[in-house]
Ligand binder design. Structure first.
Ligand SMILES: O=c1ccn([C@@H]2O[C@H](COP(=O)(O)O)[C@@H](O)[C@H]2O)c(=O)[nH]1
Length: 241
């Protein structure tokens, strides 16, 4: 079974990435390249990780007018990453534009998975109401965005593990749920509001879990990664090809 763990490489530059990924090399593990790393290092960093055979989620959360997103996705598709994302709040036309851009360059069969952020896991129910002026419950708002993403042709969503059961009910079991906000039992939540531990996320039905600081900040990142896989009941696989 493939690992459901996506390691968030939230580092300032390549030097830190090189040191961190060394024990993970040869395992075709999933890694996530976010804004900090991509804006600092650019597309070369993606090429470097591809050479090392990592599977790459490029987490740039595009949110702009449909034409701009479509054209940006054409450039992103050329990088050969495995998963990309947009904000569902950009709406149907923007999400369709994202798929069009990816397919124009990579083709419908080979394009990366494209998922939409529903509500950031750093957003609490209180913030939803008081700051974003969304009068729905978190479950209802997230389910709505998930449905919109599905109707727009996307493959899944980014959400908290807590909302996975609602999303699967509305969008079906095959619709992917990629869930950050993962914390181990004694970890600090930091800025995350809607969290679960790895076993809890599995129980709730997450397809992938995104784990950053709980792995990158641990004393033995590879062992922490293996322990999380164990919590999912899967044996750590080393391909070393
Ligand atoms: O709703 C979202 C969307 C993306 N993220 C990203 O996931 C990681 C989480 O890092 P932790 O250190 O495990 O908190 C980070 O790169 C975020 O940009 C998210 O947390 N929530």
């Amino acid at each position: 079974m493939r690992s459901p763990v996506i390691i968030a490489l939230d580092f300032p530059g390549k030097k830190e990435v090189e040191a961190f990924i060394e024990p993970f090399e040869g395992q075709e593990a999933w890694v996530k390249v976010g804004m900090e790393l991509f804006y600092g290092e650019g597309p070369q960093l993606v090429s470097y990780l591809k050479e090392k055979r990592f599977r790459i989620f490029l987490d740039l959360k595009l949110h702009d007018i449909p034409t701009t997103v479509r054209k940006a996705m054409e450039r992103i598709a050329a990088l050969g990453v495995d998963m990309v994302n947009v904000h569902a709040a950009g709406g149907r036309e923007m999400m369709r534009g994202a798929i069009e851009g990816l397919e124009a360059v990579a083709g419908p069969e080979k394009r990366p998975l494209c998922i939409a952020v529903t509500q950031l896991t750093s957003t609490s129910s209180q913030m939803l109401k008081d700051e974003l002026l969304i009068g729905e419950s978190m479950e209802s708002a997230v389910s709505h965005y998930a449905k919109l993403a599905k109707e727009s042709g996307l493959d899944g969503v980014v959400c908290s593990p807590l909302e996975v059961p609602y999303i699967k009910k509305v969008c079906g079991q095959e619709f992917l749920t990629v869930t950050p906000g993962i914390r181990l039992k004694d970890d600090d939540k930091n800025d995350q509001k809607r969290t679960a531990d790895p076993a809890g996320a599995k129980e709730l039905g997450s397809d992938y879990i995104v784990v950053g600081r709980s792995i990158t900040g641990s004393l033995d990142p590879l062992q922490t990664y293996v322990n999380i896989e164990k919590e999912w009941g899967i044996l750590h696989e080393t391909t070393n090809r």
